[in-house]
Design a protein around this ligand. Structure first.
Ligand code: OGA
Ligand code: NI
Length: 384
């Protein structure tokens, strides 16, 4: 029922169905502040060094951030070119991104090289702005898009899997399939009007970045550069636009409880103003503070399997807060349903026997969605 959406009402108390048992609560005071989160500079001309950094980050943390250049506005901009930012001044409203967007519009960042991770800043800002606009739509408009059926390829939903879970999570999300775009875009929300164009551009850019990262992750494992891209087949791409409203009791609930991502690679654009993502490292939760314009990359279960367990699909979670709503845009690259998944042949040997059996993504994904989010690592069920 669309009434279950939490972004359509103001909440002064946390409903009982969101309250975690004592043992399951996030214990926010024990979280380690952002410490030593690996940051990889993709513009470093020493490619071998970048590959080594990525390899180290994937085995120690299973995630890293890719940063833009050190300068908020790189010296290579060309003032005056028409911006792709889609809104007129009036529509910027009180968006947290308004200021940056305005600066960006004035300077018109022009090419993909200006940011080291390759995603033009204005494409990122536009995606974030249109995501905010989307969650400001009226309850009636939102109700038209609501579904709690995980099989639906386009749905506005809430929590994680309301049909299965016993305790809900303080999140609404819009889930989209993004590849091939021509096939799925016509199903996407038609409101706000720039939504389809802006998100399509963002999706294309994210996909290119993902493939660039695949090449470096492959190389870091000693595999052919195109190994991962090839072996995962014609990849699907999904997106979750996550909205975490202000929460009256953040210490009792989650935006998303601890989970690993079932796909191959996740590229997360976080709210620049509001923290909430945390990752598990050596038994402790570490807060990932947003870095301006950076993207968080995390390996999903399929790359842990492909690497035969050398790389980690990290446990992560999103916590909420009582001061400000938070937005994140997660892009998931997913293997083609038809290919055989499991450890790369080259990484299996006498000293390193296959840790996981072969399977298809279809099998894996069904298993993932048939469970609660915070059960054991789904990959455990695919061990040899
Ligand atoms: C996800 C996720 C984290 C966040 O969507 O899978 O982990 O910070 N999101 O929103
Ligand atoms: Ni996740």
């Amino acid at each position: 029922m669309a009434e279950q959406l939490i972004s359509t009402a103001v909440h002064h108390t946390l409903p009982e169905s969101y309250v975690r048992s004592e043992a399951e609560r996030p214990r926010l005071d024990e979280v380690v502040p952002d410490a030593d989160i690996p940051v990889v500079d993709l513009a470093n001309p020493d490619r071998a060094a970048v590959v080594a950094q990525i390899g180290a980050a994937c085995s120690s943390h299973g995630f890293f951030q890719v940063s833009p250049s050190q300068f908020p506005f790189p010296p290579a901009y060309k003032p005056g070119r028409r911006s792709v930012f889609p809104f007129g001044k009036r529509e910027w409203g009180r968006s947290a991104f308004a200021h940056r967007a305005r600066v960006c519009r004035v300077w018109s960042l022009t090419d993909r090289q200006v940011l080291n991770h390759g995603l033009p800043l204005e494409v990122m800002l536009a995606a974030m702005a249109v995501a905010h606009e989307f969650f400001r739509l009226s309850p009636e408009e939102k109700a038209k898009l609501y579904s709690d059926d995980p099989a639906k390829k386009m749905r506005l939903s809430t929590s994680f899997n309301v049909r299965k879970e016993t305790v809900h999570n303080w999140r609404d999300y819009l889930r989209l399939h993004c590849h091939p775009l021509e096939q799925f875009v016509p199903e996407w929300p038609a409101n706000p009007p720039p939504f389809r164009d802006v998100m399509s551009t963002y999706c294309k850019e994210v996909r290119q970045l993902g493939f660039r990262l695949y090449a470096m992750i492959s190389a870091s494992l000693g595999l052919e550069q195109d190994y991962i891209k090839k072996v995962l087949g014609e990849q699907e791409q999904h997106m979750a636009v996550n909205f975490y409203p202000k929460c009256p009791s953040p210490e009792l609930t989650y935006g998303l409880p601890a989970h690993t991502d079932p796909n191959a690679l996740t590229i997360l654009m976080m709210d620049e103003q509001v923290a909430g993502l945390q990752v598990l490292k050596e038994g402790r939760w570490i807060a990932v503070n947003p870095r301006p314009n950076a993207l968080v990359i995390n390996l999903g279960d399929q790359l842990q399997a492909l690497s035969n367990g050398r790389y980690k699909s990290v446990w992560h979670r999103a916590v909420v807060n009582s001061d400000r709503p938070r937005m994140s845009i997660a892009s998931f690259l997913c293997p083609c349903n038809c290919v055989k998944l499991g450890p790369a042949e080259k990484l299996i040997g006498e000293k390193s026997p296959a840790v996981y059996r072969n399977y298809t993504y279809d099998e894996y994904y069904k298993k993932f969605w048939s469970r609660n989010l915070d059960q054991e690592h789904c990959l455990e069920l695919f061990r040899t």
